[in-house]
Write a protein that binds this ligand. Structure first.
Ligand SMILES: NC(=O)c1ccc[n+]([C@@H]2O[C@H](COP(=O)([O-])OP(=O)(O)OC[C@H]3O[C@@H](n4cnc5c(N)ncnc54)[C@H](OP(=O)(O)O)[C@@H]3O)[C@@H](O)[C@H]2O)c1
Length: 335
């Protein structure tokens, strides 16, 4: 068993990590920390009473390095890189759920803030499992992709070679409220979100450069991405609708099916996908259709799992030489 820890255990992705790791046969969860510490899992997450009982400590780099061979960082960007740098320097493997190690230095500093760990940034491997599997086996630092980029990239990457990449790509995305983390704001309060739906940061969301950077890295083409996320009155789940232009006569569903034929956790659907069928799981469900040269791709994930914590565990499995699929949830919370 590899000794693992979580820093940022009080948040939503932290809770999902505790749930997966407490039942994982390859990791022993030996360290759970928050910014304040001095707590129990039972008071932090009452839903885990009688499931796991270890103390919740105040986040401390020396303690984490003493207790763990691998640490999951479920922290906001900027806070994460300080912990990651110190842990990596002490020989601890790190799986970071924030944006801190996902982008090139140039893009990170253009869209987030000055980077404080340029050395390790160069070694980070993007944790989109299906595309970076081999590199993840040989890294000490995995950068878990953003939730929207996960759903969008898994849907679009196999179809890029058949698309007119000079035409703009429109990505219309909808997320449950947990995508914004546990901090309460006016926009995600019950009164504002209940029976409501609205766009936020249209055409200027930070996940657009992440999507275009990875398309360019994988396919060598620069695409103009028009990305508009929306918040919907659901707790979890993300549905991404992608509109592009085909340059070749293909059946997009057949292309997707052939591309992902060996992937357990990608399901190519004959009918449009929904968020509930993937909620509670590591699955990404994808559907595609065309009309002439107009292409529609629809992709659904659970933002807290495939979009964050289960993808983090899949990366950790690979980094530790385990079977990639150990511990990944596969039964949805449907109905
Ligand atoms: N939510 C999603 O669907 C999703 C999907 C993909 C990626 N992510 C990314 O994953 C990360 C965590 O997201 P989340 O949704 O779990 O956020 P969250 O619910 O807001 O939780 C973040 C946690 O970080 C802790 N924290 C903040 N600053 C800290 C510090 N300096 N030291 C120790 N702990 C600190 C907070 O704990 P305290 O209460 O102890 O202060 C908070 O509980 C973020 O970077 C987010 O962008 C989230």
């Amino acid at each position: 068993m590899i000794k693992a820890g979580i820093i940022g255990a009080s948040g939503y992705t932290g809770l999902e990590l505790i749930k997966i790791l407490s039942k994982h046969r390859g990791f022993k969860l030996d360290y759970i920390a928050t910014s304040q510490g001095d707590n129990t899992v039972e008071t932090l997450h009452p839903s885990l009473t009688s499931v796991i009982d270890i103390p919740v400590e105040k986040a401390d780099i020396n303690r984490a390095a003493e207790c763990c061979e691998l640490v999951f960082l479920a922290l906001p960007h900027k806070a994460s890189m300080g912990f990651a740098k110190a842990l990596l320097d002490k020989g601890v493997k790190v799986v970071d759920l924030s944006a801190d190690y996902r982008l090139t230095l140039k893009n990170y500093e253009a869209y987030y803030c000055p980077h404080e760990d340029k050395v390790h940034l160069q070694d980070a491997v993007y944790g989109l499992i299906e595309y970076y599997r081999q590199s993840l086996k040989n890294t000490h630092l995995a950068a878990v992709p953003g939730c929207y980029p996960t759903a969008a990239l898994l849907g679009i990457l196999p179809l890029i070679p058949y698309m007119d990449t000079a035409s703009p790509l429109f990505i219309d995305a909808k997320s449950g409220v947990s995508g914004a983390g546990k901090k309460l704001t006016e926009k995600n309060s019950f009164v504002h979100i209940n029976e409501n739906i609205f766009a936020y940061n249209p055409l200027h969301h930070r996940h657009a450069p992440e999507i275009s950077e990875k398309i360019e890295k994988i396919h060598g083409v620069k695409m103009h991405i028009n990305f508009v996320p929306h918040l919907i009155p659901a707790t979890r789940g993300e549905l991404v609708s992608i509109y592009g232009t085909l340059k070749e006569e293909i059946d997009p569903l057949e292309v997707l099916k052939a591309h992902y034929k060996d992937e357990t956790f990608i399901r190519i659907r004959r009918n449009p996908v929904d968020i509930k069928s993937t909620a509670g799981t590591h699955f990404c469900d994808i559907f595609a259709a065309k009309n002439g040269n107009a292409l529609f791709i629809s992709s659904a994930i659970d933002n807290l799992l495939r979009g964050a914590s289960s993808q983090a565990v899949a990366a950790a499995n690979l980094m530790c030489g385990y079977d990639e699929e150990i511990g990944l949830p596969d039964i949805s919370s449907m109905p």
